[in-house]
Write a protein that binds this ligand. Structure first.
Ligand code: HSE
Length: 330
């Protein structure tokens, strides 16, 4: 983007925004489908202060809460830092000090869109503070800058779910575009987070295990299922969505990274889950249901199975979330 020549004067001095957890891929929609969740959110508060001499060292990040402890606060290794750096550079906002405080509620590195949520809330806050009027597609693009910190590449599916909420399809070719569809009211997810050690750049690592080339037949299989997911969201038909959550490319490659995956999937489906897959890059898994009734039993079987292999886990029942929200602006 063309750098702003003129100084932008901030409209506000403090903004707090939340952004939701998300699950990405939903089986066949690798890097394309994102779904906002309503169960956990990160909160980002940004305070800005005018300074007399503009310089590039103007952003400080503070990670709050236990879950934030493992996340580096240097700008290039932190998803919020990456976003702030890019927006500040594009709009030439070096004449403000910027203090970013992040309260992490979404476990980082487990496939629930934790890095995406902090990135989204940062982009939304800076946009509001400086009155930048960034349009939704560009806001999506800025938010995805944050994924460079954890995935090494920009992928838009988690940030789309976290920013806009509900179900979002992201197209990147020939240009970045998104299509948001409301989720059916009776769509429920049970997300299971196994508390195993994950590699530092987990998403980057788990992207490397995916085959770079796939046979045409597998492509046909996944495209057909992805279409069923999309049609299901349009028709508000959970059965049709779940029928499409069936992926023959990514899941077989990545499930090897998740201890007990096949067993947990089998038991969840036996107990009434209508579909089951890896949440984003894992190791969390997600079961889909059309009512909350069976959710508790499914959480129990997930916990039982992990317990058998001496792994602790956390389960969350979630509906679709509404995306990012500004909580206060002054
Ligand atoms: N589409 C991304 C991946 C999501 O599967 O690597 C990461 O959460």
């Amino acid at each position: 983007m063309k750098k702003e020549k003129y100084e932008i004067v901030a409209k506000y001095i403090e903004c707090t925004a939340t952004a939701s957890a998300s699950t990405a891929n939903l089986g066949p929609g690798y890097d394309v489908f994102g779904l906002g969740l309503d169960v956990l959110q990160d909160t980002v508060s940004i305070k800005i202060e005018r300074k007399t001499i503009a310089n590039k060292n103007n952003v400080k990040i503070i990670m709050n809460g236990d879950l934030g402890k493992s996340i580096p606060n240097d700008l290039d290794s932190n998803s919020a830092g990456k976003v702030a750096k890019k927006i500040i550079s594009d709009y030439n906002l070096y004449n403000y000090n910027c203090l970013i405080e992040i309260r992490k509620n979404i476990p980082p590195g487990y496939g629930m869109g934790s890095s995406a949520a902090s990135a989204v809330a940062t982009a939304v806050s800076l946009n509001a503070l400086f009155g930048l009027n960034i349009d939704d597609t560009k806001l999506l693009d800025y938010s995805a800058e944050g994924e460079l910190a954890s995935a090494g590449v920009k992928h838009f599916d988690n940030v789309a779910g976290s920013l806009f909420g509900n179900f979002v399809i992201v197209k990147t070719h020939p240009k970045l575009e998104f299509i948001r569809i409301d989720s059916p009211n009776n769509l429920f997810m049970v997300i299971c987070v196994p508390l195993i050690q994950v590699p530092k750049m987990k998403t980057e690592f788990s992207r490397k295990v995916i085959p770079q080339q796939v046979p045409l037949q597998k492509m046909v299989h996944n495209v057909a299922n992805a279409c069923s997911v999309v049609a299901g969201f349009y028709r508000k038909d959970v059965g049709m969505i779940c029928n499409g959550i069936n992926d023959c490319i990514i899941e077989p490659a990545r499930q090897k990274l998740i201890p007990g995956y096949e067993k947990i999937k089998k038991r969840s489906l036996e107990e009434g889950a209508m579909a089951f897959t890896i949440s984003g890059a894992g190791p969390s898994t997600v079961a889909f249901l059309d009512s909350s009734k069976k959710g508790l039993r499914i959480s129990e079987v997930m916990e039982e199975e992990y317990d058998k292999i001496n792994i602790k886990c956390k389960t969350f029942m979630s509906k679709s979330g509404n995306g990012s929200r500004i909580v206060s602006l002054k």
